[in-house]
Design a protein around this ligand. Structure first.
Ligand SMILES: Cc1cc2nc3c(=O)[nH]c(=O)nc-3n(C[C@H](O)[C@H](O)[C@H](O)COP(=O)(O)O)c2cc1C
Length: 173
C-alpha cells in the first residue's frame, strides 16, 4: 500500500452569488478532484481593521481550520472590475490578522499550496490577474501552483471543461 499521504484540498469560493457562474465551474472541478468547499458568500467576514474590531466574526475560526486541516487551497473568484471579488479581497486582507494577533496560524500556512480558479465573462484574460495570489503565496511561504482562467456562457464550454480537467490533473499530480 502506498504510504503517500493524500492531499486535502479546500476550494474557497468568493462569488457574490453562491450558485452563479463561478460555482458552476467549481462544481465541475469538484467532479474531477476530491475537495471540500467553503463559500465565502455564506460567511460573515468583515474587512481588515487595524484595531482588530472584527476578530469575533467568522474569519479566525475559518483560517484556523484551514491551517489545521488542508494542504492545498484553491481560491475560486469571479472577475469583478478586472480584479478578484470584494469577498475574496476581504479574505486576503484578513490574513493580515495572522501576521499580528494570530501568528501561530500564520506560521502553519507555510509549506501549504495555493492555486487559483478565475471565472470571467469571456476567454480574454485580464493581464496580471493572478499576480496578487502568486505574490501572496510567496509572502506566506506557500507554494503557488498556478491558475486556470474560465468563463461561463450559460453552460460550461468544452474548451473550459478541458482547461479545468488539465488544471485538476496538475493539482493532484
Ligand atoms: C460587479 C461585476 C464586475 C464585473 N467585472 C468584470 C470584468 O472586469 N471583466 C470581465 O470579464 N467580467 C466582469 N464581470 C462579469 C463576471 O466576471 C462574470 O459574469 C462571471 O462569470 C460572474 O461570476 P459569478 O456568477 O460567480 O458572479 C463582472 C461582473 C460583476 C457582477
Amino acid at each position: 500500500m502506498s504510504d503517500l499521504k493524500k492531499k486535502k484540498i479546500l476550494i474557497v469560493q468568493g462569488s457574490s452569488r453562491s450558485d452563479g457562474n463561478t460555482n458552476k465551474v467549481v462544481q465541475f472541478l469538484r467532479n474531477e478532484i476530491e475537495a471540500d468547499l467553503l463559500d465565502l458568500n455564506t460567511k460573515n467576514i468583515g474587512p481588515f481593521d487595524y484595531e482588530f474590531k472584527n476578530q469575533d466574526d467568522d474569519f479566525l475560526p475559518i483560517i484556523k481550520d484551514i491551517a489545521d486541516s488542508y494542504d492545498l487551497i484553491v481560491f475560486a473568484t469571479p472577475v469583478y472590475w478586472y480584479s478578484m471579488s470584494g469577498l475574496m479581497k476581504n479574505f486576503f486582507d484578513r490574513i493580515s490578522d495572522c501576521l499580528k494577533i494570530e501568528k501561530p496560524t500564520g506560521r502553519k500556512l507555510r509549506g501549504k499550496s495555493m492555486a487559483l480558479l478565475i471565472c470571467g465573462s469571456e476567454a480574454a484574460e485580464t493581464p496580471g490577474f493572478d499576480i496578487p495570489f502568486k505574490l501572496s503565496a510567496e509572502y506566506l511561504g506557500m507554494n503557488y501552483r498556478g491558475y486556470v482562467h474560465t468563463w461561463v456562457d450559460e453552460e460550461i464550454s468544452d474548451d473550459v471543461k478541458q482547461r479545468v480537467k488539465e488544471f485538476a490533473d496538475k493539482l493532484v499530480a
